[in-house]
Write a protein that binds this ligand. Sequence first.
Ligand code: ADP
Ligand code: MG
Length: 681
Amino acid sequence: MDIAELSGVGPKSAALFRELGIETAEALLDYLPFRYDDLRFPTPALRLGETGGEENAVGLVVAVKERRVRGLEIVELQLHDDAGTLFTAKWIGRNRYVVGRFREGMRLMVRGRVDRIFSGPVVNVAHYEALGENEPYRGELVPVYRASKELATRKIAMVVKKNLSDLLALAPPDPLPPALAAQRGYGSVREAYRAMHAPQTPQEAERARERFVFAEFLALATGAQLRRAERESDHDAPVFEVPASLLERIEATLPFALTGAQRRTIEEIWNDLRRDVPMNRLLQGDVGSGKTLVAAAAVLAAAANGLQSALMAPTELLAWQHASKLAPLLQPFALGVEAVFGSQGARSRRAALEKLASGAASLAVGTHALLTEGVDFERLGLVIIDEQHRFGVEQRARLRGKGSSPHTLHMTATPIPRTLAQSVYADLDVSVIDELPPGRTPVLTYALRTSRLSLVYDLVRKNVAAGRQAYIVAPAIEEGENALTSAIAEAERLRRDVFADLRLGLLHGRLASREKEEIMSTFVRGELDVLVSTTVIEVGVDVANATVMVVLDAHRYGLAQLHQLRGRVGRGAASSFCIFVYPDDTDSERLEILMRSTDGFEIADEDLRLRGPGQLSGTIQSGAADLRLGDLVRDIDVYRAAKAAAEEIVAGDPALARSEHAGLRAVLTAQPSTRALLLSS
Ligand code: ADP
Ligand code: MG
């Protein structure tokens, strides 16, 4: 049913609805409000203006003042509310047609933003209703819709209200099987739509919202389950034979013993590789936990079977670090590593591509450049994706497409609280390296006020004098970005006033990747004493000789991010320092968690508790989930229930052929495939 057929929608507003993506009545029904203005109760005049938002007040008109100034109507009414408190209602504007409408003794409801001036509250009236003398005010919960400049939420609400029963008749089939809906205590879909668009109470709306969130999650989780089932029924992945002795042979090449967690995760991965079902595993490990070695063990297993591997990282810097850390681990096994970067010269690129195509190289390490045409493998058997949330579903699939049903290992240093990871990654198996290599001297962590920066400089100096290096991290690149300390200005100042005799480098995201790499490798070679940087060094950069990390404006970062930055030092045997510098007028309570704990997962949990789910769900959902209503972190309990239900549904009816699953099947078929794939691959 076309949107233009609804009452209250003319050709002009129909066009505006279409601009919002609402082309049909069905789409309007499905256009759910994201919050409500609670206008059920008038605000007593004494308390008007407390919320800062629109408020409504009811009162008896005691004085009317009207003026017309150059086409502007100005009407000011004095009213007193039921408690006898005076307030003002004010209209101002062109063609408001309010002049002459009001008389003393009328009872009115007025709604609008409130200014509080010394003579009392003034309601700038956006909407009013005349009430009968003894008519009680009966307000509503007013739904607020995402609106456009030309199409106000009020207009959308009006059209919905006018056509509500017609719209409800168009409700789609329930995506929830009836038994499941009943078990969850949800009413009918139609009732849920009614409660969303015209709730009697906030509780009713909240309950209806949960039903929609549950249905959304159920589709998501069912999609992922179906994918897992499909993947597990594809018995076409290369089966690896991993010799039992490989682990010892690896260890024999290392100057240290593997940690228990490394052994366990290597075995988990190898067990996946021994199957003909493509692996889809996430390797989570805190900074410094030794993920590189685990990845190397997977590459070695592939190579032992004559198969190549490809590792894709989100930035050149990271890819470069991976390559330089993996090469020495693979070298004792005579395996070649080739790098494929965008900024690479044509000649070295051609040489790399030849070795990959001929099979002479066992591992390709690179950025998105790996995805380009012309990057071909002789036999790609293993795909490793670093910080997988920074890539889109298609990109990950494209890399896998360079092999035939290769195994996939995702790696991340972004700690996601265990409880969340297990449930959120529906189609991923999760391995956690939950143990750091022994003998690490913990990083000495301090929080310092900006006024004590000179202490920090002394510390940097002392370490540099001992042959060590330091990072100084600033939140902004240039000055003028939200009054944050700028890396460029800070580098200049330090060079001039503080560390004139030291070798200082500057690294930030706006430099060309070539330049970034150049600076980074100069630092790695020990030819710089101090590296001033933005958070481009956040993940993965590894310089064992760096022993001081200074983070300026530390209050601007999330705890997890600060923990990542801290992970850049303490990578060698020497004792290391991490100093979080915060302005004198803020407090350091949040930073104290970092002084107490070195466990990335615990810190992530705290971060979640303190900052709320938004940040974290950004990480989890970015690049993948385009959830309409639900939030994987805030609504995690609903998600868990939906996931359990999805498992049951797919186990019992993998084709979703039963009639009670028709609604769910319809949703899954209708939605773009990427939505069903979400976090799964
Ligand atoms: P991650 O990538 O997880 O942050 P890395 O793989 O870069 O960690 O390892 C960090 C450092 O720890 C590297 O210098 C590495 O050589 C070292 N390392 C890895 N495993 C062990 C181990 N079992 N014992 C001692 N040192 C280790
Ligand atoms: Mg690493």
